[in-house]
Design a protein around this ligand. Structure first.
Ligand code: NAD
Ligand code: ZN
Length: 355
């Protein structure tokens, strides 16, 4: 077992096949019972890759999908733990994507005032983003991640082998968070990415993203300021995601974030924080790899309206994270509705798919 050198209070292991390292780690832990939480897809595709390496355990399975990241599913998880007489020294292993890690972590953090948990993220998004940072929670009354706590896992085991069964669309979407990490913190690597012009999810890519995110999280674990850098692309991206949810062609989170990155980079260009050439390279990269959307002026107004409701705004102002330059984020930049509207128009250019 060879954890990455990250400024986090728990080990993070990235390997192709993590079964040996995970089994070694578990053999050194003292716990009363081990529970493995899967969703129906990770039970089918990921669990068989680990099953033989795991010590005796109880398998719990919940339905897959964001629509199940709610209190009803938590109730099911807590009920199963209770039925199996899990005590405070039980250990929960979350084997799944961001939905499962967020919800499993939340259930563990609250069951009997908290039991320990390990994350085994199985989607690219959860491997390079959601599995570290300590945020766990669920959706409530149509509000994303409305109920939750900060609680760290005791370890994170990331196996790139799991990505073999992940649909390509999910890989592309997850990669948007990697692009975000490079743009806010690693100009050199961003330029290499532009040259390579492909979206290959290797253990190196995952480790690099985790290095960037962990440094930011370590400096601001409870999101008081600096951590808002990670929000780049998300003010407009979230609004596009929510708006498209109501249409017949919803976008994955990462797909919407890619469009949000382009739009927020455009505002950075308008403020002359980045050059026209830098913007153009970025825009071409996003246009090449991500779905394009057609927004009418009514759509654009509605998306702008949604940006004003972003939970990170303060005192009625729209606060956004912009690029101060490539490789550097500026947090709490106040932007106007007009700037947002114009930026969303850029995203709707080169229309192919319509809502
Ligand atoms: N805690 C954080 O810091 C943080 C950060 C970013 C996102 N998130 C959360 O992450 C969630 C999104 O995560 P996600 O994109 O991983 O979605 P997800 O967990 O819903 O996974 C996407 C789909 O892929 C399936 N799947 C998972 N692994 C698979 C595999 N290896 N092979 C085949 N299918 C597989 C899942 O069953 C699901 O159907 C959101 O709820 C978001 O709020 C949390
Ligand atoms: Zn995101």
């Amino acid at each position: 077992m060879n954890p990455l050198d990250l400024p986090l209070p728990y080990p993070v292991v990235v390997e192709d096949d993590i079964s040996g390292s995970l089994s070694f780690f578990l053999s050194r832990q003292i716990y009363s019972q081990l529970f493995v939480l899967c969703d129906e897809n990770t039970q089918r595709y990921c669990y068989p890759l680990l099953q033989e390496a795991l010590p005796p355990h109880t398998l719990l399975c919940v339905p897959a999908g964001e629509e199940h990241k709610n209190l009803d599913t938590c109730r099911e998880i807590w009920a199963q733990l209770t039925t199996h007489a899990a005590d405070r020294s039980a250990l929960l292993l979350n084997l799944g994507g961001g939905v499962l890690c967020d919800m499993g972590g939340f259930c563990a953090a609250t069951y009997k005032r908290g039991i320990r948990f390990v994350h085994c993220p199985t989607t690219l998004l959860s491997q390079l983003d959601a599995s570290i940072g300590g945020k766990v929670g669920i959706d409530f009354m149509d509000l994303k991640n409305h109920i939750g706590v900060f609680q760290n896992p005791i370890a994170v085991f990331i196996g790139s082998i799991f990505l073999n069964t992940l649909p390509q669309k999910e890989i592309i979407a997850g990669f948007a968070e990697h692009i975000k990490h490079l743009l806010i913190a690693d100009a050199d690597e961003w330029h290499k990415q532009l040259q390579a012009n492909s979206l290959k999810a290797t253990p190196d890519v995952i480790a690099r993203s985790l290095g960037i995110k962990s440094a930011i999280v370590a400096a601001d674990p409870h999101e008081k300021g600096l951590r808002k850098a990670l929000n780049f692309g998300h003010t407009i991206g979230h609004a596009i995601e929510s708006y498209c949810l109501q249409s017949h062609s919803p976008l994955l989170h990462g797909e919407a974030v890619a469009l949000g990155i382009k739009a927020e980079a455009y505002i950075s260009l308008q403020r002359q924080y980045i050059t026209p050439q830098e913007y153009q390279q970025l825009a071409t990269f996003i246009d090449t790899h991500y779905p394009k959307v057609l927004f009418s002026s009514k759509d654009i107004k509605a998306i702008t309206q949604l940006c004003t409701q972003d939970k990170k705004n303060e005192g009625g102002k729209i606060l956004c994270t912009l690029l101060g330059k490539i490789g550097h984020a500026l947090v709490n930049e106040e932007v106007s509705g007009e700037e947002i509207e114009e930026a969303i128009q850029q995203v709707a250019i080169n229309q192919i798919h319509s809502l």
